[in-house]
Design a protein around this ligand. Sequence first.
Ligand SMILES: NC(=O)c1ccc[n+]([C@@H]2O[C@H](COP(=O)([O-])OP(=O)(O)OC[C@H]3O[C@@H](n4cnc5c(N)ncnc54)[C@H](OP(=O)(O)O)[C@@H]3O)[C@@H](O)[C@H]2O)c1
Length: 277
Amino acid sequence: MTFQAGLFDGKVAFISGGGTGIGAGIARGLGRLGARVAIASRKPEHIEPAAAGLTAELGHEVLGLTMDLRDRNATARAVDATLARFGRIDVLVNNGGGQFLSPAAAIRHNGFDAVIQTNLVGTWNLTRAVADATMLQHGGAILNITMLTNVFPGMAHSVAARAGVEAMTRTLAVEWAAAGIRLNCLAPGYVNSSGLRNYPPDSGLIESMVSRVPLKRLATVAEIADFATFLLSPAATYCTGQTYVVDGGKSLWGDTWPIPDPGELTRPPIPREPWES
Ligand SMILES: NC(=O)c1ccc[n+]([C@@H]2O[C@H](COP(=O)([O-])OP(=O)(O)OC[C@H]3O[C@@H](n4cnc5c(N)ncnc54)[C@H](OP(=O)(O)O)[C@@H]3O)[C@@H](O)[C@H]2O)c1
């Protein structure tokens, strides 16, 4: 194990989108280190097997809750249910979110609004619910999972929402420092997670992603979860208001320095959780 056993003993973590992919990886990582964990998203078919699977894996209860980030009352209810069960929330991971790939000119207005509502307004809804209910009184650590926000053709809606989250994070880090709340963003590059199933399987998209990363591979969920764990841990208590890019060097690299592909570029299988068939 990379981190000291028991590092999160006595802590409670709330993870949006914790039933799949990166969120489930972070739930597993924090839970293995002793945190009591609540995971929440819209679909019972994501949350229920994940809560049961993680509970079995970890040997202690993982609380599964259904909640749509766009529904302010539902986010507050999920936070209240976590406080009723575990008594506190020390860690919030705003990981839930998503988008669809489309040229900007083909994004319909309601599609743009839905992506902003989920990724920007949803992050605000859950952050305020946790802050109001507990963190403004007791402090805590908040991590927002964003994306590479310099430029992202095909995702004008999501890149706008995530850049908004990053600016909000910097601002709240200043406003809430006195309350003992640290906030940061983790911006992954390309991660081999369930989220990749949303993109056309035979388009060559994933192979072209791999080719554009100097390390010539996708990140694993565990690599993102480990970095998230570090940012939420006592090792990062002087880190606040920043966006940490974890992208295998992708955002550094242009076309002026060719890096040969390692033979044929293959598409790695997208991992499944133990509870998925
Ligand atoms: N994979 C990558 O390469 C990559 C790169 C950069 C950033 N990211 C971001 O990292 C996060 C996790 O991605 P992932 O790869 O693990 O994909 P994923 O499996 O699709 O995870 C997205 C999670 O968000 C939840 N969610 C979506 N809309 C929601 C809503 N309105 N309310 C509550 N929960 C909602 C989903 O659960 P329900 O469907 O049950 O609601 C799901 O658990 C996402 O924000 C994603 O955009 C991923």
